[in-house]
Ligand binder design. Structure first.
Ligand SMILES: NC(=O)c1ccc[n+]([C@@H]2O[C@H](COP(=O)([O-])OP(=O)(O)OC[C@H]3O[C@@H](n4cnc5c(N)ncnc54)[C@H](O)[C@@H]3O)[C@@H](O)[C@H]2O)c1
Length: 315
């Protein structure tokens, strides 16, 4: 498929997504990058376009909203990035106000697009966009914990010294401090984590898995990168480009993304990440997998954390 993809926000995240889409044969034949900083967006587009000789033809332009007309996918990354020590929640109202500004302009020209929300706090931004945009819920996907899930699989693959594709493990909940790992859903090629270590004993010996330390690694991964280089953008861009390829694929796939809840697991009227079927029609449904009582309770706590923020913002 040859898709038109618009990215709003040409900062570290938006530009890296544009670069990745332009360099990989990703299914994007037209990329539009929009930002209020006109010089920056033009510079980014010039830099990316000058490397496109090395792939199949692709059009990439620094545009305005009318250039986004009939986009297949719109990715929203505009906003203010989290500063060291700053919580995602503190950013909320500023980024919500930016979203309220851009939403009517983009939905007027791209009413049929699938919208991928990346700006933080992503679950709140996804909720706000769902409430104000008029776009069908099935076309609104918050990147949610797809990045946290990627970080978890990286961490587990380092621990068990096995390729990430052989690991099934997920992060559920808020993309933030209340995210949690439903350990009951994890396995390595069909064997529960600890069982895998037993099976492999003598061939490969592993330290016992410290679940709390792994959860903390996932929680702190973004902050650790920001502390060292000021922002995170490669891993999130890889996650968002993967999400685009799921939307452009011919069949559905499972991803941990943030979408509106309608009573699943007893959670309602909040956008949060659980296993979700995503594909060419957008969001098909949440997968109602069995969680333990403790995991369900953690999901409720995470949802309540988000609802508490929603109650404090000006929609
Ligand atoms: N969901 C995730 O997993 C994840 C991961 C990393 C970063 N983020 C978030 O992505 C967002 C972007 O991060 P970044 O590092 O690229 O930030 P950045 O500051 O580098 O870029 C943000 C861009 O948004 C632009 N912008 C601001 N207001 C705008 C408007 N009204 N219209 C168009 N553009 C506008 C700015 O000019 C800037 O170029 C932040 O909210 C950040 O927290 C999300």
């Amino acid at each position: 498929m040859s898709a038109k993809i618009t990215i709003i926000g040409a900062g570290s995240v938006g530009s890296t997504i544009a670069y990745t889409l332009a360099m990989e044969n990703s299914g994007a034949s037209e990329i539009v990058l929009i930002d209020i900083n006109k010089e920056k967006v033009l510079g980014e587009v010039m830099d990316i376009a000058q490397g496109t000789f090395f792939r199949d033809p692709v059009s990439i332009v620094a545009g305005d909203y009318e250039d986004a007309k009939d986009s297949d996918i719109v990715i929203i990354t505009s906003g203010i990035a989290r500063r060291p020590g700053q919580t995602r929640i503190e950013l909320t109202q500023t980024n919500v106000n930016i979203l309220k500004d851009i939403t009517p302009k983009i939905v007027a020209v791209a009413p049929n697009a699938k919208y991928v929300i990346v700006s933080n706090p992503v679950d709140i931004m996804t909720y706000v966009f769902t409430k104000i945009s008029g776009i069908p819920e099935s076309h609104i996907i918050g990147s949610g914990t797809i990045l946290d899930t990627a970080r978890l699989r990286y961490g587990l693959s380092e621990h068990y010294k096995i390729a990430q594709k052989n690991i099934h493990a997920y992060v559920f909940g808020e993309h933030g401090d209340s995210a949690f790992i439903p350990w009951s859903l994890t396995d390595i090629s069909g064997a529960p984590m600890e069982r895998y270590a037993e099976i492999m004993k003598g061939t490969m010996d592993f330290e016992p898995l410290d679940r709390e330390a792994m959860t903390e690694y996932v929680h702190k991964a973004g902050g650790e990168v920001i502390k060292r280089k000021g922002a995170t953008f490669y891993a999130v861009s890889a996650s968002v480009c993967q999400l685009c390829s799921l939307l452009l694929a011919s069949s559905d796939s499972v991803a941990t993304v943030s979408t509106m809840m309608h009573g699943q697991y007893g959670v309602d009227d909040v956008c949060i990440s659980t296993l979700t079927l995503v594909g060419p029609e957008g969001v098909k449904c949440k997968l109602p997998v069995a969680l333990t009582e403790e995991e369900t309770e953690k999901l409720h706590q995470s949802a309540n954390t988000l609802k508490d923020v929603i109650s404090q913002i000006n929609l």
